[in-house]
Design a protein around this ligand. Structure first.
Ligand code: SF4
Ligand code: SF4
Ligand code: FES
Length: 904
């Protein structure tokens, strides 16, 4: 720490900060545009001017840019100096010369950093009287609007998009005062992180098109702290609702998880909440095939309670997309021995293996921030960008760590962005990607290796053995494979913070064992190694930690134990089981379904109970890292929709005379869960048992129209809905201070209406939230780890003569079923296809677009994928039948099959 003087008063600040960071962290209001805590300083906008004085006797001083000046010992500055104020007012006047002043119709209005800084800088009179510069805007696809006339040329967008996120289709073009920030031609952004431009841009150039479609003023949005449910990363979000419609998702800062950024699936994939296919009423069928009759909520609870009395005849099937509390409530209703996780045996086995490694070994499960800090990385088997996108953005930062370390002797401060880039140039730290096909991270990879899943596992085993001869070896590697393994092992061993990334995409046990062995070997070599095991769903790890039968065991159970009622919680089994297995599970049994969207299982439910989406209820999810995080209800859903846990515990409480186990609200479930299962004990310290005395308002103090919203029904203002499940209220009144980090429903501070108000909620800018970031890590390496190497290398993959190994290919847009209901995501999702190496396609006489027939009778158009190994065929996850993944299939030309090939 060093001492600096602001307006003559001494302050302690970190020595690696610049003066802007220091001032903001101390709570001063100093305007800025081009600096961003994640991007560093560019010195482009000249807005953060302050007066710096040589020493205590210097009364003259000189204007400096705070963001470009180190906070050195004894630095003396003035923010209030009249010349500095005048300078800042002049700068913003120049920046506003060509600005259209269209705030009343601008989507950014009311939440705009440019508006805030204009007011803060004191520019009130516009004197420029000449024509303004104008631009033609671009169509940037379904997510992002473009209004270039609002640009103030701060360069944040291009620095984020290119330098931070690695995008190549967006740049700045032009010269002097006529520069243009856009794509090279109209069309959707290629980067999976383009939505962050909406928050990065300090004015209204890039705006959220999904919000625009059902626009409401930002201060009228009702908001609550939430967690993204669209993959296993657990990014923190702030969803916003108005008039019963979810209208947008914004980033919610979490220092260890998503930081300042989300991926585009997480930001835009929310529209399933508003989908017309939402089911909003409970129904009952007397017999399968009968017309469903509508039930009142009380009738539905009574029906469920009547079934629950005969507990021994029930089986409950949970879900990795439902909260811990909802799963636990189902488990309590049916009994622990009759609870299934709802996961296929293969995936459940892999999750158990991951838990075993992370619970018992020395290997640490890294946060996304830890991943960004890794200085050598091996990715084994995953297409990270498509499966857990935010982790891929972190890996793009990880490749800078090695070169940054080598720069230490140049003494370039970490915020000096241009200086660092100039020094690093194109140098990158080691990132090895061993995957089945090309990935979107390959452009920053040191080396890529493409092979079938078993061969990827073999490479992992070989690397582990090179690091530690105690680890199982692989006998018959080719010379090329051995060279690759040696290169990987050498770089991992030389690193201070090596990282291995793997996952469950291929359902391949050996792959995860190999990755775990590499991480363990590094730990044994005294490296602070970490292992990130990526999972596809928001609560896969939480559910695995809770435990229960897998789906195969559940099927056996219903057959052997003669369960006559199957209760399915938010789980579309058709994505996890073969159709025949589902038929065996459900045939001649009462089927009770709790869900929020229609699917093939809801259509055959004897009793259906409509449940709430993440935006309509509260609960806890555990991300890939083992971090339990709470999400809170944003709004009251229409119809008879209720949180799944509420349906379940109301049925349990019905008719119960002994109230010792009665659950009244979410916290009582969370508490019971944490007390009943030691693995969840840390949740006890996270249960927000309302210590504030008043509830925290979900509505901003500027929320408007409350008296008019229901005026068509009643002129009296109705009592706001009550929320027994959280310390938040559906109102604009209540607690007025800064809430605890886990309960921040929006970022706002006096004079700071944009997302930049976040500065006021952090311990220091870019650091953790005040009071510590929310959530509890449930998986920590034990003090005395006991873990040995596991598994053995599988045999080498040998392409079969007439058969192809079917592997899943993930797509950020398309593979996740909920987000696919967002029209923009559906528009960007690929059509179903079958990917083949061109050599394999040639053997079959197939060209791109021609139809191929699979063993199961399905036919798909061929997509040529040169990076795919021969003997392997790729099917898009979630878009083609899942049943066949991981198996071999013969392939034939559909033309030949129908006998028309010769005539062609
Ligand atoms: S488009 Fe926005 S972020 Fe980009 S330079 Fe202009 S004002 Fe800055
Ligand atoms: S990375 Fe995953 S959790 Fe994060 S925003 Fe994207 S889909 Fe959501
Ligand atoms: S924020 Fe300092 S010059 Fe832009």
């Amino acid at each position: 720490m060093v001492t600096i003087y602001i307006e003559g008063k001494p302050y302690q600040v970190p020595e690696d900060h610049n003066l802007l960071q220091a001032c903001l962290s101390l709570g001063f209001d100093l305007p800025y545009f081009c600096w961003h805590p994640a991007l560093g300083s560019a010195g482009a906008c000249r807005q953060c001017a302050v007066k710096q004085f040589k020493d205590v006797d210097d009364t003259q001083g000189r204007i400096v840019m705070a963001c470009m000046t180190p906070a050195a010992e004894s630095t003396r500055i003035s923010i209030d100096d009249p010349e500095a104020r005048e300078f800042r007012a002049a700068v913003i006047e120049w920046l506003m010369v060509n600005h259209p002043h269209d705030c009343p119709i601008c989507d950014e209005g009311g939440e705009c950093h440019l508006q805030d800084m204009t007011v803060m800088s004191g520019h009130v009179n516009r004197e420029y009287r000449f024509p303004k510069r104008t631009y033609r805007n671009q169509d940037l696809g379904p997510f992002i609007g473009h209004e270039m006339n609002r640009c103030i040329a701060c360069y944040r967008c291009v620095r984020f998009y290119q330098d931070y996120a690695g995008g190549r289709d967006f740049n700045v073009t032009g010269a002097r005062d006529h520069v243009y920030f856009g794509r090279f031609e109209d069309g959707p952004f290629e980067s999976e992180f383009s939505g962050n431009l909406v928050e990065i841009c300090p004015t209204g150039v890039f705006t959220d098109k999904t919000l625009h479609r059902h626009y409401t003023r930002k201060w009228d949005l009702q908001t609550a702290p939430s967690i993204c449910v669209l993959c296993g990363a657990g990014c923190n979000t702030i969803p916003g609702e108005r008039y019963g419609t979810l209208r947008r998702i914004r980033n919610r800062y979490h220092h260890e998880v998503n930081g300042y950024f989300l991926c585009d699936r997480g930001r835009y994939g929310y529209e399933f909440v508003n989908d017309e296919r939402r089911l909003r009423q409970a129904t009952r069928r007397a017999r399968q095939g009968d017309h469903a009759e509508t039930l009142s909520p009380a009738q539905a609870v009574a029906e469920l309670a009547a079934l629950a009395v005969r507990r021994e005849r029930l089986i409950g099937i949970g879900s990795p997309r439902a909260s811990l509390e909802a799963n636990f409530a189902l488990r309590a209703l049916v009994g622990a021995e009759r609870f299934s996780t709802g996961l296929p045996a293969q995936q459940a086995g892999l999750l158990d293996l991951i838990l075993d490694v992370l619970r018992n070994g020395p290997v640490r499960s890294p946060s996304i921030r830890d991943i960004a800090q890794a200085d050598a990385v091996l990715v084994l088997g995953e297409d990270v960008t498509q499966v857990t996108p935010r982790v891929a953005l972190a890996l793009r930062q990880a490749v800078r760590q090695g070169p940054l370390r080598e720069l230490a002797e140049l003494h370039i401060p970490p915020w000096q962005d241009a200086g660092i880039r100039e020094a690093i140039q194109d140098e990158r730290g080691p990132l090895f990607i061993a995957a089945v096909h090309a990935t979107h991270l390959d452009d920053v990879a040191t080396l890529t290796y493409r092979a079938a899943p078993d061969d990827l596992a073999r490479l992992g085993f070989a690397v582990a053995h090179l690091l530690d001869t105690q680890a199982p070896d692989v006998d018959d590697l080719t010379a090329e494979q051995r060279l690759i393994a040696e290169a990987i092992a050498a770089d991992l061993q030389a690193a201070e913070r090596p990282l291995v990334v793997t996952g469950v995409t291929h359902g391949n046990h050996a792959l995860v064992q190999a990755a775990a062995n590499v991480a363990l070997a590094l730990c044994n070599a005294e490296r602070a190694a970490s292992l990130a095991c990526l999972v596809p769903e928001s609560n896969s790890i939480g559910l695995a930690m809770m435990g229960g039968m897998n789906l195969d065991a559940a099927l056996q159970y219903v057959q052997e134990e003669q369960a006559d009622t199957v209760i399915i919680l938010e789980n579309d089994l058709h994505r996890r089981m073969e159709t025949v297995a589902i038929a065996s599970l459900l045939a001649d049994r009462r089927v009770v379904v709790l869900d929020y969207l229609e699917n093939e299982i809801t259509q055959i439910a004897d009793l259906f109970l409509p449940t709430a989406t993440f935006a309509e209820c509260s609960g806890t999810l555990v991300n890939y890292e083992g971090r339990a995080q709470r999400f809170f209800q944003v709004f009251e859903p229409a119809g008879d929709v209720r949180p799944a846990h509420r349906w379940l515990f109301e049925a349990m409480n019905t008719g119960r005379e002994d109230d010792s186990e009665t659950w009244e609200h979410l916290d009582t479930i969370t508490k019971t869960l944490a007390q009943a299962m030691p693995q969840f004990a840390p949740l006890l310290s996270d249960v927000p048992l309302v210590a504030l005395g008043m509830k925290i308002p979900r509505q901003s103090p500027r929320h408007s129209g409350r008296t008019a919203i229901h005026a068509d029904q009643d002129v009296n203002v109705p009592r706001p809905p009550q929320d027994p499940d959280s310390p938040l209220s559906f109102s604009m009144e209540g607690f007025e201070g800064q809430p605890p980090a886990a309960l921040i429903p929006r970022y706002w501070a006096p004079g700071w209406n944009s997302v930049q108000a976040l500065n006021k909620f952090q311990q220091e800018v870019g650091g953790p939230l005040r009071g510590g970031d929310p959530g509890q890590r449930l998986l920590e390496a034990p003090a005395s780890p006991r873990q040995t190497y596991s598994g053995s290398a599988p045999s080498a993959f040998r392409p079969r003569a007439e058969q192809w190994l079917l592997v899943p290919i993930h797509h950020i847009f398309g593979s996740e079923p909920l987000s696919l209901l967002t029209p923009g995501i559906a528009a960007l999702a690929p059509h179903p296809y079958l990917a083949l190496n061109p050599a394999d396609a040639a053997k079959l006489g197939l060209v791109e677009g021609e139809m191929a027939l699979l063993d199961d009778g399905s036919s798909l158009p061929i997509k040529l994928l040169p990076s795919l190994p021969q003997g392997v065929a790729g099917l898009p996850e979630g878009l083609a039948a899942r049943e066949s993944m991981g198996t071999y299939s013969s392939l034939r030309s559909a033309k030949r099959a129908n006998g028309s090939a010769e005539s062609d």
